[in-house]
Design a protein around this ligand. Structure first.
Ligand code: NAD
Ligand code: NAG
Length: 324
């Protein structure tokens, strides 16, 4: 008998959630205020990270900025302070677990308890898998995936204890479907998506309703990270690379609206669905038609040339300055 009642209740919940999702496509959800929150952003010295810092600051949140590039991170802090908001910078390599734990402890002592965490730092090897040095492949997993473990272990306990907080995972559409020549990146982003989903289930199952999570899956963004990547010429205008600000503003809407997941642009949901629904060969056919099968070729080539010029210029320190 109980199971029948539960079944009916489940069907009601299911209907409500479908209805809510439908309403959300028309009516903008209410956005939560975040002034007074302490927001930590990793990769804050780069394209999306810097814009995230500025958007959180505009909403009145104090920000803690982590990046391995001290100089670019300071630039972000300066821009935030110009808005009259406090910014605290930390030079951290998030591929190192102990460094994450140590710096997290410093943040707790020097700034306070982080209530919003934006795991944004990300890298891609950008080389053919078989030609790529092992360490570079490994780094992609450490930064894009393992760092999520250590960051969450460091900052979730306080959020859980107060039943208040938010963990944002910046993954990618390449965490939902894949293409050629980005094996390391796809492995790491699929990992990030799985981590986010399981963590979200855990929080709900444990009844920690006050700690929210948001998964952000953007298509190619014009930050330089995937410079060169392109699909078939005739279709480029149809699905152009995202403007970084547009991407971050849509992400902010999702975060402040407590949405669990956002695909940017939303048309990318179709690629996600077709990966799951259509036979493998059907997806290959559409990839071929759209030029999605070899879209990374020009990116790999551009990255190669960039690497060579870095070596030629004599600063082969592994960090390649990006444009845009
Ligand atoms: N650019 C795109 O096309 C695109 C598309 C989908 C998802 N994403 C994701 O968005 C996020 C931000 O990407 P972006 O385009 O702004 O890249 P970006 O390269 O412009 O910025 C990344 C920032 O992370 C920092 N960083 C890299 N490794 C680090 C480490 N080990 N420790 C600390 N900081 C580190 C870099 O110094 C840089 O400031 C990444 O997770 C990326 O995978 C990007
Ligand atoms: C941070 O949270 C802990 C409990 O999780 C609390 O003991 C401590 O006082 C808080 N620190 C600040 C600065 O609020």
């Amino acid at each position: 008998m109980l199971v029948v009642i539960d079944l009916v209740l489940m069907l009601i919940d299911l209907t409500i959630s479908l209805f809510n999702a439908l309403v959300r496509t028309v009516v903008r959800p209410r956005l939560k205020p975040i002034d007074g929150e302490l927001c930590l952003i990793t990769g804050a010295g780069g394209g999306l990270g810097r814009l995230f810092a500025l958007e959180f600051a505009k909403e009145g949140a104090e920000v803690v900025l982590w990046d391995c590039n001290a100089e670019e991170n300071e630039k972000t802090a300066k821009l935030v302070r110009e808005l009259g908001i406090k910014a605290h910078t930390y030079t951290v390599d998030v591929s190192k677990r102990e460094t994450i734990y140590q710096t997290a402890e410093r943040v707790r002592l020097e700034v306070g308890n982080v209530t919003m965490l934006v795991n944004n730092a990300g890298v891609v090897a950008g080389q053919r898998f078989l030609d790529c040095p092992d360490a570079l492949l490994e780094r992609t997993l450490l930064v894009n995936c393992h760092a999520l473990f250590w960051m969450t272990k460091a900052f979730l306990p306080h959020m859980k204890a107060t039943n208040h907080g938010h963990i944002v995972t910046v993954a990618s559409t390449l965490g939902l479907f894949t293409t050629a020549c980005v094996e390391d990146y796809c492995a790491s982003k699929f990992g990030a998506v799985g981590f986010h989903e399981s963590l979200t289930h855990t929080l709900l199952a444990d009844g920690v309703n006050g700690v929210k999570t948001t998964l952000v899956c953007p298509y190619i963004v014009n930050t330089g990270m995937f410079a060169g990547c392109q699909i078939r010429e005739e279709l480029r205008g149809l699905i152009p690379p995202l403007d970084p600000l547009v991407c971050v503003q849509r992400s902010m809407q999702a975060i402040l609206g407590d949405e669990t997941m956002v695909c940017i642009p939303s048309i990318m949901n179709i690629a996600f669905l077709s990966r799951a629904l259509l036979p493998w060969e059907a997806n290959v056919a559409t990839y071929r038609f759209m030029g999605g099968d070899k879209c990374m070729y020009a990116f790999i080539k551009a990255k190669q040339q960039q690497q060579q010029s870095v070596v030629a210029n004599g600063h082969a320190n592994g960090y390649v300055k990006k444009t845009g």
